[in-house]
Design a protein around this ligand. Structure first.
Ligand code: IPM
Ligand code: MG
Length: 359
């Protein structure tokens, strides 16, 4: 079987980590008899430099013609000051999510066995480890509501961002969460701010309706401030955490950090039909770009998610995850996860060692 993958290396460390992940796919292809072809797509700051906008015309169409999309990272200080939307790398990210209908963003945060020491929480806080799946709504809410900036008569300039959610948007992300929980430990924690926000009150009522339908799944409501606290107090209590776009953005960074490093965590963004998009949750890290310092593991694990969710190849996905764990168990570390006294290895060597475990 041949799979066509749109590659968006992007900016900063994006190209380096994507390169390692592509080689992992090629190794998987040789071993299991699949072929992968790659279509490079320009997006982000590099696209601003090349063609004057972060999301060149035809980007979505190119991606839609593929079976999945692999993205490195976009953005960097070089493009941080532009005010026109098309000159902002982040606009491209929001556009592609929206154009491909990628409403469900899955961000698994798991403490890898070999890295228990990298967890910044005390061992007694995580006696049973951390293994949660953050399910973030990705195409609605305040990220996509109307933005305004206007002069007032007496209070100077004012700005507003509208947050809106429809029942249909809430229901489809909710269903994803309940379905995932059935494949995991059977628990959904829905995070909202229903004591203040109307969108959250609607969110909660839709989730309660779904909870009745999925009565085999344990369900709880958690207010977002409490969720932020519980994540550092007792992260082991969470299985699937489902939440709206901005809460999910914030909580997923927190969830990633308690597992040791943001350099380890993959993500999948999926919709109902269009190709899924897979990317590490870390950013473009311009300070270490091009220095062979970046950790490629998050991108390599993103490719494992691609094999599992877009191509229904669970064995190949598990093989990659086990290869990563095996290399970590041998003590190999990139700089972001190296304990004191351990000499770190670079991006390329980490990628190569993971591939060696696959053959
Ligand atoms: C993320 C990032 C993006 C987001 C930014 C870069 C627009 O933080 O994927 O979490 O807020 O969604
Ligand atoms: Mg974020």
């Amino acid at each position: 079987m041949n799979y066509k993958i749109a590659l968006i290396p992007g900016d900063g460390i994006g190209p380096e980590v994507v390169q390692e992940a592509v080689q992992v796919l090629e190794t998987i292809g040789e071993k299991y008899g699949h072929s992968f072809t790659f279509e490079r797509v320009l997006m982000g700051g590099c696209a601003i430099d090349a063609v004057g906008k972060s999301y060149p015309d035809g980007t979505a169409e190119k991606c839609k013609a593929c079976d999945a999309v692999l993205l490195g990272a976009v953005g960097g200080p070089k493009w941080g000051h532009a005010t026109e939307p098309e000159k902002r790398p982040e606009t491209a990210l929001l556009s592609i999510r929206s154009d491909l209908g990628l409403y469900a963003n899955l961000r698994p945060a798991a403490l890898r066995p070999a890295l228990a020491d990298a967890c910044p929480l005390k061992p007694e806080v995580v006696p049973n480890g951390i293994d949660l799946m953050m399910v973030r709504e990705l195409t609605g809410g305040i990220y996509f509501g109307k933005r305004e900036r206007y002069q007032t008569e007496d209070r100077g300039e004012e700005a507003a961002d509208r947050m809106a959610y429809s029942e249909q948007e809430i229901e489809r992300i909710g269903r994803r969460a309940f379905e995932l929980a059935r494949l995991r430990r059977g628990k959904v924690s829905s995070v909202d701010k229903a004591n203040v926000l109307e969108t959250s009150r609607l969110w909660r009522s839709v989730m309660h309706r779904l909870a009745q339908e999925y009565s085999d799944v344990t369900y709880e409501d958690v207010l977002v401030d409490n969720a932020a606290m519980q994540l550092v107090k007792d992260p082991g209590q969470f299985d699937v955490v489902v939440t709206e776009n901005m809460f999910g953005d914030i909580l997923s960074d927190e969830a990633s950090m308690i597992t040791g490093s943001i350099g380890l965590l993959p993500s999948a963004s999926i919709g109902d039909t269009a190709p899924g998009l897979y990317e590490p949750i870390h950013g473009s890290a311009p300070d270490i770009a091009g220095k062979d310092l970046a950790n490629p593991i998050a991108t390599i694990l993103s490719v494992a998610m691609m094999l599992r969710y877009s191509f229904q190849l669970p064995n190949e996905a598990t093989a990659i995850e086990q290869a990563v764990d095996a290399v970590l168990a041998e003590g190999w570390r990139t700089a972001d996860i190296a304990e004191t006294g351990v000499t770190p290895i670079g991006t390329k060597e980490m990628g190569r060692r993971i591939r060696e475990k696959l053959v």
